[in-house]
Design a protein around this ligand. Structure first.
Ligand code: ZN
Length: 171
């Protein structure tokens, strides 16, 4: 198990703003990268997705945990390499946060329906049809591969919030 520190936007915005390059399965570092992304995501109880640039690697690899819609249990992390969004629609407001911007969340507008193609870690081409928050999560992670962050997608500039402790609740 190898955990990697998650790159924080406050300290290293340039790392998170860089675009990532396609990966190829000849890349000998790929298995370790996928494993580290999964381990690091699992370490964060509130995380449902992580993209390689968030651990400082500019390759087009994301890991996501499906099932954050609340209907089912959160799944084990799934790796998607070179994800391509084939179709996206049903744009709706939703809440968005990011392990690279802890303590911040915002209302963003993202597709709640998506068809996605990529390869899995065994080099098989896979297509996913995603709905609801699963589509939101994947859209957020694909954004990371293009240097885009949720703060760029706020539904309006005043829709950014900081987490505050509710009054009247004992610590
Ligand atoms: Zn993020």
């Amino acid at each position: 198990m190898a955990l990697r520190p998650v790159v924080q936007y406050a300290w290293h915005p340039e790392i998170l703003r860089r675009k990532s390059a396609p990966v190829d399965h000849e890349d000998g570092d790929l298995p370790v990268l996928v494993r580290d992304l999964k381990d690091t995501l699992l370490q964060h109880a509130d995380g449902v997705g992580l993209a390689a640039p968030q651990i400082g690697v500019h390759k087009r690899v994301i890991v996501v945990r499906f099932g954050a819609n609340g209907r089912t249990r959160l799944g084990r992390p799934v790796a998607i390499l070179n994800p391509t969004i084939l179709e996206a629609g049903d744009e709706l407001p939703d809440y968005d946060g990011c392990l690279s911007l802890p303590g911040l969340y915002g209302e963003t507008v993202r597709p709640h329906f998506m068809r996605l193609r990529g390869t899995d870690e065994r080099e098989r081409t896979v297509e996913w049809t995603l709905e609801g928050f699963d589509a939101v999560v994947v859209h957020h992670e694909v954004d990371h591969l293009n240097g885009v962050l949720f703060i760029d997608r706020l539904s309006s500039p005043d829709k950014l919030y900081t987490e505050t402790v509710a009054e009247g609740v004992n610590p």
